[in-house]
Design a protein around this ligand. Structure first.
Ligand code: ZN
Length: 135
């Protein structure tokens, strides 16, 4: 396995409406997409910085993963996503290396990506995502 780049960095926020102006007006980035991912109970907003995206995540349900995260830890860095070329193999390989894998098989993420998460207990505290562009 060899990730090609950091695909995106996920940041949990209480409100997209409140957070977007910081990225647009202070950092000068442009929000190019807002999308709801029902399965994850989040609304996402995307910015691009070079090849890497910033993904802001607002919970649509207090019981969803981002809702619970914010309740426990507050707003902040939520996960880091590596772009990989063969997601299914990467997840298997990682699991075979003794790492706790949350998704044993790829599932659908925002922007039509296939994604899979590794457990932060196995990755030194950083919730780690692999993602692959749909072919
Ligand atoms: Zn992500």
């Amino acid at each position: 396995m060899k990730p090609t780049h950091i695909e995106h960095i996920g940041i949990a926020v209480k409100s997209l409406e409140q957070a977007i102006p910081f990225y647009e007006n202070v950092l000068g980035l442009k929000c190019y997409s807002v999308e709801e991912v029902k399965e994850q109970k989040v609304k996402t907003a995307f910015f691009k910085v070079g090849q890497t995206k910033i993904e802001l995540l607002e919970s649509t349900d207090p019981e969803g993963p981002i809702g619970k995260f914010i309740e426990k830890k507050g707003e902040g860095l939520h996960h880091m996503a590596f772009a990989v070329e063969n997601l299914e193999e990467c997840l298997k390989e990682t699991e075979n290396n003794g790492v706790r894998v949350i998704d044993k098989t790829p599932r659908d993420g925002a922007e039509g990506l296939k994604i899979g998460f590794l457990h932060p207990k196995s990755t030194f505290g950083v919730l780690t995502e692999f993602c692959e562009k749909n072919k």
